[in-house]
Design a protein around this ligand. Sequence first.
Ligand code: SF4
Length: 78
Amino acid sequence: MVYRVELDRSMCTSCGNCVDICSELFEIAEDGFSSLKNSENDDEKQILDLDNEMCSIEAAESCPAMCIQVYKDDEEQV
Ligand code: SF4
């Protein structure tokens, strides 16, 4: 796994941008906030390891609340 996507749900404003851009990875959960599909939970953060970034970087760039981070080999990309 080279890429790691982190979502801090406590900062999510439910705008839906990440889901519009990258529904392969993101969905709006029952509580109305974004959720990383198939992710691990670490307190309020959700973490997902990926072989390639898929659409995570574009999703992170589209997030007005800056609650999505993408790392490649532990280096922050967005
Ligand atoms: S783009 Fe950001 S603020 Fe908007 S739903 Fe996704 S995680 Fe939440």
